[in-house]
Design a protein around this ligand. Structure first.
Ligand code: ATP
Length: 324
């Protein structure tokens, strides 16, 4: 059984300007220890998808349809108390800015003890041992001594490692990481990615890694989910999507990677901008930016399944039988 099975998930915000469908008919599964990359431009619905999985969407937003099964248990519609009991223990989230989740007034040890005590009864000594072990696992030197330190005494990269250690404390089955390394410099980012990959393999924790940066997620994730305007437009094994994308938007993201560009050449960009989710064109939301757009694109394409991958496009790139 998949650790997480998401089916036709829909999350909407009911704003004064109208109803905004931030997550629209999103379906995917996640296996034990798997790292899934969720990629797409700003505003495509990645963060709201992450929040929806943890039941963290607040008014004026709410989940209006679909299913999120964690280890076979339905989370959509679950009472807040029950959800709270699962958050942190079975599914947890890491944010871009660890300062937002770490309390500046408490030492790291105190915060880790509190996180442990929220779900388990254990002595202070046992809690400290668990906390130090968790810090050690994410590559923090002298972890037992560092328990006494406060968040400001850590560098940005170390703070993010602490946040990852806290998220891993209960060995949850799923961690949702929302751009956790975006603010860090490239070498620190690479170290953290490497460590997360090792931890996922060791502990069996599955990870959903959210990023706007295809280069980052594709170095980490074995499976990719490409989002555009609230929808998953393409998903499948990372290698297959990079080598042979079907959706023109995925193709555009690949073409704008630095590795696809010669030195001195300007980075290509997907032309145009993300549409407002309040005023989506009828049919395929990418059509106004798409060089392959055709008459058929005025209707929303259903997902086409193909050997372990799927995409929503009437005029896919390079698919058998399609216009090349
Ligand atoms: N509290 C809210 N009220 C109204 N609309 C919201 C709210 N939160 C998010 N949205 C809208 O939902 C859509 C998806 O936003 P989301 O943050 O998930 O995008 P994203 O892909 O994560 O982008 P980014 O990389 O910029 O975080 C956006 O149009 C956003 O304006």
């Amino acid at each position: 059984m998949s650790v997480l099975a998401v089916e036709n998930l829909r999350t909407e915000f009911f704003t004064r300007a109208g109803t905004l469908r931030a997550v629209n008919d999103v379906s995917f599964t996640l296996e034990r220890g798997e790292i899934l990359g969720l990629v797409g431009e700003s505003g495509s619905g990645k963060t709201v998808t992450g929040f929806s999985l943890l039941g963290l969407v607040d008014a004026p937003g709410r989940i209006t349809g679909g299913s999120v099964k964690l280890g076979g248990t339905e989370l959509v519609g679950m009472a807040q108390d029950d959800l709270r009991a699962r958050r942190g223990r079975e599914i947890s989230m890491i944010f871009q800015d660890p300062i937002a989740t770490l309390n500046p007034m408490l030492s790291i040890g105190q915060q880790m003890r509190m996180a442990l005590e929220a779900h388990e009864k254990l002595s202070r000594r046992a809690a400290d041992a668990r906390a130090a072990e968790a810090l050690g696992r994410v590559g923090i030197p002298s972890p037992a001594a560092r328990l006494k330190a406060y968040p400001h005494q850590f560098s940005g990269g170390m703070r993010q490692r602490v946040a990852i250690a806290i998220a891993l404390l209960h060995s949850p089955s799923v961690i949702v990481a929302d751009e956790p390394t975006t603010a860090l410099d490239v070498s620190i980012q690479a170290q953290i990615l490497h460590q997360v990959k090792e931890l996922a393999a060791e502990t069996g924790t599955a990870v959903i890694w959210i990023s706007h940066d295809l280069a980052v997620v594709s170095s980490l994730a074995s499976k990719l989910l490409v989002m555009y305007a609230g929808r998953v437009v393409e998903q499948g094994p990372t290698a297959a999507l990079l080598r042979d994308p079907r959706h023109p938007y995925t193709r555009g993201l690949i073409d704008s990677l630095p590795a696809s560009t010669s030195p001195g050449e300007l980075l290509a960009q997907v032309p145009g901008t993300t549409p407002s989710l309040l005023a989506l064109p009828p049919g395929c939301p990418f059509a106004p930016r798409c060089a392959r757009s055709a008459d058929a694109c005025t209707t929303m394409p259903d997902p086409t399944e193909e050997a372990g991958r799927s995409y929503r496009c009437h005029v896919p790139v390079g698919a058998q039988g399609a216009v090349a």
